[in-house]
Design a protein around this ligand. Structure first.
Ligand SMILES: Cc1cc2nc3c(=O)[nH]c(=O)nc-3n(C[C@H](O)[C@H](O)[C@H](O)COP(=O)(O)OP(=O)(O)OC[C@H]3O[C@@H](n4cnc5c(N)ncnc54)[C@H](O)[C@@H]3O)c2cc1C
Length: 368
């Protein structure tokens, strides 16, 4: 049988995971990534057990664990004055795994042969017939075309493969990484203020990733000094928050308006299939966006393994990937970032319920 071919638009976490899974399924894969150096990106993030199982299914679980540190942030919840609403207990609560985005990217990239990844290759158009797909992409030498059996749209929230306008969710997020050894140890925690949520995860190399999300009515708000703005909001919150801010180089702080996508009717159109943020970009409130991208990749690879009929296999993938997580991630900040004293009061009394909501998603297991 001739080897099946796939083009993956986008070399982020989802695209690389898809490439790894498809190669394990015996496919020949080309990843087209518009960035020159896809490795230098982002800050930290956390992964739940569903993502670790997906990483295992993709054959990268051991390396995933090696670059990760357990974080208690899923079950240690505090108020700005330091009071514990809930405290992680070994044996009862689940530790998540936190890592630096660039580290995970490096691990995944190492599983895809260099000749399978084209950097500075921006996909500009995709076409399909009954028998194949064509992607057109721009390079420094002009436009090029590549044909394949399947096209995987893994090109993020502003996907060209799926042109749909993202929806601003009235949330602003700052992220930073405190330098090596400056504030250590940190077990991982979240602090719930009224209309603001701070969180921190330990990373390898005694670094600490932190984030602050707030309500923000308009996108594109400029700030002269992001660190000063974060300090103004949470600089007097409990330890070690002030120390984490002091240990973060001000020029390394990331600030993003948070948008998501309205749920799509389907992730599949003939031989074109979406995964990751291109399919279901969601707010970060369940910490599941990248987890779901890894799940997508594991399911896609499982469905495309063997002598499959491609449209049938993609339809099977579509059936298994629900929009539920994306919907939950949109609802969550409506409550958790509410500025109403009444809602905040209720939330801090119902912490266990609120914290457990996401835990249902953690039970997912990959298809065999
Ligand atoms: C503040 C914040 C915190 C988060 N925290 C967590 C967390 O703790 N846990 C978690 O699981 N998730 C988290 N997420 C979600 C996570 O970041 C995303 O879900 C994840 O990065 C999606 O991966 P992706 O590969 O689908 O998309 P992306 O990471 O967006 O990658 C898309 C890639 O495609 C490339 N590309 C785009 N257009 C083109 C084109 N036309 N041609 C070629 N290449 C193209 C881009 O350069 C990029 O490399 C968070 C998100 C945010 C914003």
């Amino acid at each position: 049988m001739t080897r099946r071919t796939a083009v993956v638009a986008g070399g982020g976490i989802g695209g690389l995971a898809a490439a790894i899974g498809l190669r394990r399924a015996g496919w020949s894969v080309t990843v087209l990534e518009r960035r020159a150096d896809p490795g230098e990106i982002g800050a930290g993030w956390s992964f739940a057990p569903n993502a670790i199982r997906a990483a295992d299914a993709l054959g990268v679980g051991a390396e995933f664990r090696a670059i990760s540190v357990p974080t208690q942030a899923g079950a240690t919840l505090r108020t700005p004055d330091g009071k514990y609403l809930m405290r992680f207990r070994e044996g009862r609560d689940t530790a998540l795994l936190a890592n630096h985005r660039a580290d995970l990217h490096r691990v995944l990239l190492a599983h895809v042969p260099a000749e399978c990844v084209r950097a500075e290759a921006e996909v500009t158009e995709v076409d399909q017939t009954d028998t194949g797909v064509t992607a057109t992409y721009g390079t420094s030498e002009g436009a090029q075309r590549i044909e394949a059996d399947v096209l995987v749209g893994a090109d993020g929230i502003h996907s060209i493969v799926r042109p749909t306008t993202p929806v601003f969710q009235r949330i602003l997020c700052w992220r930073g990484v405190a330098t090596r050894g400056s504030v250590w140890p940190v077990d991982g925690f979240q602090t719930w203020g009224r209309g603001a949520r701070f969180g921190a995860h330990p990373l390898t190399g005694q670094r600490v990733f932190w984030f602050l999300t707030i309500r923000q009515n308009e996108p594109g708000q400029p700030f002269d000094d992001d660190l000063a703005e974060v300090r103004r909001r949470v600089g007097l919150w409990h330890d070690p928050i002030p120390a984490l801010l002091d240990a973060t180089p001000s020029n390394s702080i990331l600030r993003h308006d948070i948008s998501d996508l309205d749920p799509l009717e389907t992730y599949v159109d003939g031989r074109i299939v979406l995964l990751g943020d291109a399919a279901h970009a969601m707010t970060p409130f369940l910490a599941q966006g990248a987890c779901q991208a890894l799940e997508d990749a594991a399911v896609l690879a499982a469905e495309l393994t063997g002598a499959v009929e491609i449209p049938t296999a993609l339809a099977q993938y579509d059936r298994q990937r629900s929009q539920r997580v994306q919907r939950m991630a949109r609802q969550d900040p409506r409550i958790s970032l509410s500025t109403s004293p009444l809602v905040y009061g209720l939330l801090t009394r119902l912490t266990r319920l609120a914290a457990r909501k996401a835990a249902r998603l953690w039970n997912w297991t990959p298809p065999t």
